[in-house]
Ligand binder design. Structure first.
Ligand SMILES: Nc1ncnc2c1ncn2[C@@H]1O[C@H](COP(=O)(O)OP(=O)(O)OP(=O)(O)O)[C@@H](O)[C@H]1O
Ligand SMILES: [Mg+2]
Length: 257
């Protein structure tokens, strides 16, 4: 069994090779800016279907960027590209909480496991994720048990704990795919504030994919995807005041204009 695995591994050929040009330019620890110039991509199982058909995008350090657009237009694929090339921290749509205390669940995010996080560091991450008030209101605070998959918390609370877990690492690239889609309006507003706070760090790039346009009003840059391309970019105000036909239509459909 092992041997046949080894054989199949040998058959995998990397598509990205070391060349004389890239040899001395490994990925940088600190993400300063991100640039895609005519990025094209097809999944290996469907080589004839290009999912990304020429993405041009430049993101600067400190920016909060939103990817919006209809289902299937390539947003999550873009997130996967960023994961391939950088070393980001990603928050999922339905975050997992583990059996254990709130403190343990947030500490999990810290890669230096042998050194437990201090309560001060946890508090800082919770504040940045807009979660501190509700954690304080719990009968046992950070020592509260999360229960089975955090079932005693609301969707919005689980999400904010997951954002706190991501922030404890002080990531300089934070990716959120559909961070708010499963939430009611009140929790959505709170998570929206959490996102805004999380993105305020001037060293951090935050990229959020969402179908709910109200959550990305404050973004520095909104990228409207359509059929594997970015067809409109700008702030909410810029896009509404002229350049964004598609964006305007999407806002209208969501009752935002
Ligand atoms: N692993 C995969 N293999 C082959 N095709 C894929 C794979 N993942 C996604 N696709 C295809 O790529 C296209 C873009 O998918 P992607 O998940 O990036 O869309 P999305 O914009 O995130 O959509 P949604 O808003 O529904 O999450 C779709 O046509 C999808 O079917
Ligand atoms: Mg997606």
């Amino acid at each position: 069994m092992l041997r046949s695995n080894a054989r199949s591994v040998q058959k995998l050929e990397p598509r990205i090779f070391e060349t004389a040009m890239n040899k001395h330019r490994p990925p940088q620890d600190k993400v300063r800016s991100i640039e895609f110039e005519n990025l094209q991509f097809a999944y290996p199982h469907r080589p004839d279907t290009r999912v990304l058909k020429g993405i041009f995008l430049r993101i600067e350090k400190g920016q909060f960027v939103a990817f919006v657009g209809a289902s299937g237009c390539g947003k999550s694929t873009m997130i996967a590209m960023l994961e391939r090339f950088y070393d980001p921290v990603r928050v999922q749509q339905e975050p997992t909480l583990y059996a254990g205390t709130v403190r343990e669940n947030i500490s999990f995010g810290d890669p230096e496991l042998e050194k437990p996080c201090t309560d001060e560091a946890i508090e800082e991450a919770c504040r940045a994720a807009n979660a501190w008030d509700f954690v304080l209101s719990l009968p046992e605070g950070l020592s509260t048990q999360c229960g089975n998959n955090g079932s005693q918390f609301s969707g919005g609370q689980r999400q904010r704990l997951a954002i706190a877990r991501a922030l404890i690492r002080k990531p300089n690239l934070l990716l959120l795919d559909e961070a708010t889609s499963a939430l009611d309006t009140q929790s959505e507003k709170i998570v929206q504030d959490a996102l805004k706070r999380a993105s305020e760090d001037s060293e951090r790039i935050t990229i959020a994919v969402t179908h709910r346009l109200s959550t990305v009003r404050d973004a520095d840059l909104i990228c409207v995807f359509y059929g594997g391309r970015i067809i409109e970019t700008g702030t909410h105000t810029e896009l509404l005041s002229g350049q964004g036909k598609m964006y305007r239509a999407m806002c209208k459909a969501q009752g935002l204009t």
